[in-house]
Design a protein around this ligand. Structure first.
Ligand SMILES: [Zn+2]
Length: 61
């Protein structure tokens, strides 16, 4: 199983070489908490985390 990592820039959790959202390669493997944002326009958590695309994100890096 590939290790999950979180983008340090936008907090997106992904597997692979670069972030699918912002294309940055700086990651953290020690993130805390995971949240799935399904509807970023309606989610207050998404606003707090400054997320505008759906996906799985780390709460804290
Ligand atoms: Zn990113």
């Amino acid at each position: 199983m590939p290790k999950e990592k979180a983008c340090k820039n936008c907090k997106r959790i992904y597997e692979g070489n670069e972030c699918p959202i912002c294309a940055k390669k700086e990651t953290s493997e020690t993130f805390k908490g995971k949240v799935e944002i399904v509807n970023p326009e309606k989610s207050t958590l998404a606003k707090e985390l400054k997320i505008n695309k759906k996906g799985i994100y780390a709460i804290k890096i």
